[in-house]
Design a protein around this ligand. Structure first.
Ligand code: ZN
Ligand code: MN
Length: 468
């Protein structure tokens, strides 16, 4: 049997400053080594100062994943030697003397399967190595410390996954969750990085390190399962080691023999005092947490009668469910949810595209009202939506400039039908004998009215005229 456990590093991208100093947490667009100070550059004598907001955000993740938060949290030094780590140790959390990391023993349900969360810890991100050319061939490696000290939360699961697909589903849910509670923008490059531990049967554990995309970790795990199974079949022992995912070749490659926990020589970080959290603060953090995705989904189903699948899709996307909550009224809720999930999500499915949308809650609400009141066909509604997305013009202007007004008065529709009857004598004869072919005539009327004729009224008049 395959056993997979995960360690997910999630940057707290919504914070203003780094974890232990006042440098900006946003490092992405700065000149190399311009976003640093003595603390995050690890200069001797500099002292870390814990960012209170980071503790709160990490606590929110812990609560959202059903973890227990201890009364006191503490920090540890994890020692290792690597050029991106200027102090030669990373300040992190570790449950050496009982639970002192921000979260322990949580769980989350994914499609009926329980995934246990072992531990959640707050830690600093290291800097970044920049290679000239590829990392295999380069003679020059540059170090950029801008990222050093940015706040990270590491989420460690139990080895509860059996397939790469479960891993992918879990990661999608986790990304939605951290986005929903407003602690991270998981779609920023490098904001969520995954390590996967994988073993077959009683075999040794192999760790795949630092995969930046969910699609790639799924592929890497697939590859690793096949590799390990074929070794076992041939009677060769799987080595305990760390491997990395080679994107270009789509294989995992051995990078080093795996370190054991004791190799890191964890020791208490004496420069940061133990932090008292206590029940009062936890209660306060709870009140700051937004409605959970699960609660939102339930509300959509109960209050608006949304089909479960629509409620699922909508509630798990923070951008669109916020938009829904601002757009709908008592009468048009279902229509607004239809427009968002069937039309809008298809047009703008990435972060960039969502940002570019010029649509406002007013647009959506007006559009849905018009459809509900039968003033606009769904077809015309789509045209209006696309125009509003691009131009941002008010709904009424779009309807008049595109001439989308609904034709529902019987008189004008009848006139068009008479025209069609003259042009389509053969089809009219056919429809009289075989009423199933009537749709052809409906289609003709729609084409002539550019989709504006009310389909029900059209069908009614057609049936009367054909006497079917
Ligand atoms: Zn700094
Ligand atoms: Mn870590």
């Amino acid at each position: 049997m395959t056993k997979i456990g995960l360690e997910i590093h999630c940057q707290l991208t919504k914070l203003a400053s780094k974890l232990f100093c006042s440098c900006k947490a946003e490092y992405r667009n700065a000149e190399p080594n311009s976003n640093i100070c003595p603390v995050c550059a690890g200069l001797p004598g500099s002292l870390p100062m814990l960012n209170k907001k980071a503790v709160e955000k990490a606590a929110m993740i812990s609560l959202a994943l059903g973890c227990t938060i201890p009364e006191k949290i503490g920090f540890f030094r994890k020692n290792y030697f690597y050029p991106d780590l200027p102090k030669n140790f990373q300040i992190t959390q570790y449950n050496a003397y009982g639970p002192t990391s921000i979260g322990s023993d949580g769980k989350i349900e994914i499609e009926g399967k329980t995934i246990r969360i072992r531990r959640i810890q707050l830690e600093e991100d290291p800097g970044r190595l920049v290679y000239e050319g590829t990392s295999e061939k380069t003679m020059i490696t540059l170090v950029d410390y801008n990222r050093a000290g940015t706040p990270l939360v590491e989420i460690v699961t139990e080895p509860d996954f059996e397939t790469p697909k479960q891993v992918r589903m879990f990661l999608n849910v986790l990304a939605d969750l951290v986005e929903n509670i407003g602690v991270s923008d998981p779609y920023l490059e490098g904001a969520m990085r995954v390590d996967g531990n994988i073993s077959e049967g009683d075999g040794n554990r192999v760790e795949i390190k630092n995969v930046g995309s969910f699609r790639d970790i799924e592929k890497a795990l697939h590859f690793e399962i096949t590799r390990q199974q074929s070794l076992v079949e041939r009677g060769i022992q799987v080595l305990a080691e760390t491997r990395h995912w080679d994107e270009a070749r789509r294989i995992t490659v051995s990078s080093r023999s795996k370190e054991e926990e004791q190799d890191y020589r964890y020791l208490p970080e004496a420069d940061i005092p133990i932090v008292q959290i206590g029940n009062n603060s936890i209660e306060q953090i709870k009140t700051q947490m937004p409605e959970s995705i699960v609660a939102r989904r339930e509300r959509y189903i109960k209050k608006y009668g949304m089909p479960a699948q629509v409620a699922d899709v909508l509630s798990s996307d923070k951008f669109y469910s916020d938009l829904f909550d601002k757009s709908h009224n008592e009468k048009n809720a279902k229509e607004v949810s239809n427009i968002i999930t069937t039309d809008l999500m298809g047009v703008a499915d990435t972060r960039e595209k969502k940002i570019e949308l010029k649509i406002t809650p007013n647009h959506l609400s007006d559009l849905a009202d018009a459809i509900v009141a039968n003033k606009l066909t769904r077809n015309s509604g789509k045209l209006a939506l696309h125009e509003m997305i691009q131009s941002g013009k008010p709904f009424a202007d779009v309807v008049s400039s595109l001439d989308l007004g609904h034709v529902s008065d019987a008189g004008s529709i009848e006139k068009v039908i008479d025209e069609v009857f003259q042009e389509e004598e053969k089809a009219v004869m056919e429809a009289k004998q075989n009423p199933d072919t009537i749709n052809y005539l409906v289609g003709k009327v729609m084409r002539k009215t550019k989709g504006k004729a009310d389909p029900a009224t059209t069908l009614d008049i057609l049936r009367k005229k054909l006497a079917v």
